[in-house]
Design a binder for this molecule. Structure first.
Ligand SMILES: Nc1ncnc2c1ncn2[C@@H]1O[C@H](COP(=O)(O)OP(=O)(O)OP(=O)(O)O)[C@@H](O)[C@H]1O
Ligand SMILES: [Mg+2]
Length: 317
């Protein structure tokens, strides 16, 4: 979870002045470090907690001023007691300045978010889609320059907004780069490609240990439905994939349709197993030469992560 800055305050001798926060040197150092990290494309989350009246809002105001001086764009909202039961009230306040970037996120996510924010008639509401859309929209907005997201009185934020924001923030703080280093240094894997979210950096890695494009991949997903998403098996014949696909369709097991992945070029589909995670069955992946391989990058918010097909894959992440 996010680092916590716990506020306490011994009443000082001097009186408070708008431009000067008394006794907040340590907190301001941590907040300034988070802001300068953001300007270097490192996302981070800080949580301020403290007694009523201890000076949380004053610090948030101060951070807003610092961020503004540094040329960052600011998204800011606060929980309001009378709106605590209005779904997505806080999220709408927060994201309003970023809504111009809605056309740069995947269509189904944009539709889910617009429905949730009552900007268009709502369809069946999918909690995951609104969280993913919040993450995508923050990423799209941050593509134009660093962004500070400031939330005050979070305890009054409506629950729907809290869930969507928690979904997005948790994905901002996992550290896939450190995880990849571990597999490189300890087990001798190499990175085949990084999964990027524009404006947000690396959210996952595909790794190889031989001529297969990847034998292992992981994503920053702090709230996974399962710790293992899928295991893949490769056939030597495309017809075996087709036959297995028919069988899985008959049994209503398919979780992602036939498609071809962008990175390993695998022609495959996914089906669920009794443990409710997935198998991928495929054919025709490319091979790589680990000695000369150039690390690639691709956009992780592309639905299905594929060249074509794999409809449904994004929903079962
Ligand atoms: N570091 C500080 N030095 C001196 N005065 C301060 C400091 N921080 C806040 N104050 C003053 O203390 C009062 C309460 O501060 P503030 O509203 O920021 O607290 P809060 O924690 O947000 O309160 P609440 O829990 O009610 O939201 C304000 O008048 C503010 O100007
Ligand atoms: Mg306050």
């Amino acid at each position: 979870m996010a680092p916590l800055v716990r506020l306490s305050f011994a009443p000082g001798r001097a009186s408070y002045n708008r431009d000067m926060l008394l006794g907040r040197e340590q907190e301001l150092r941590e907040l300034a470090a988070a802001l300068s990290g953001a300007r270097e494309n490192r996302s981070g989350v800080l949580v301020l907690t403290g007694e009523p009246g201890i000076g949380k809002t004053a610090l948030v105001d101060h951070v807003a001023a610092l961020a503004g001086d540094a040329g960052m764009r600011i998204l800011r909202a606060r929980g309001i007691e009378s709106e605590a039961r209005v779904p997505f009230a806080g999220l709408l306040d927060l994201l309003r300045p970023a809504l111009g970037s809605l056309d740069r996120i995947p269509g189904p996510q944009a539709a889910a978010l617009e429905g949730a924010l009552a900007l268009r008639p709502a369809s069946a509401q999918d909690r995951f889609a609104v969280g993913a859309a919040t993450l995508s929209l923050l990423a799209a907005y941050a593509e134009q320059g660093p962004v500070a997201v400031l939330l005050d009185d979070v305890h009054w934020l409506d629950q729907s907004s809290s869930q969507a924001l928690l979904f997005a923030f948790r994905r901002l703080v996992a550290d896939p780069i450190a995880a990849a280093e571990f597999y490189e240094q300890v087990l001798g894997f190499g990175v085949s490609d990084w999964v990027l979210v524009p404006g947000m950096g690396r959210l996952g890695a595909f790794m190889h240990c031989n001529t297969r494009h990847h034998s292992f991949a992981f994503f920053a997903n702090p709230e996974p439905r399962k710790k293992i998403h899928h295991i893949m098996m490769e056939y030597t014949s495309i017809d075996d994939v087709g036959t297995a696909y028919d069988l899985c369709l008959e049994r209503d097991l398919v979780t992602a349709t036939l498609g071809r992945h962008l990175n390993d070029h695998m022609f495959s589909f996914y089906f669920k197993n009794p443990g409710d995670w997935h198998f991928e069955l495929g054919w025709g992946a490319r091979e790589i030469d680990p000695a000369t391989w150039q690390v690639e990058h691709y956009n992780g918010l592309q639905p299905g992560g594929g060249e074509w097909g794999h409809k449904g894959l994004f929903d079962v992440m």
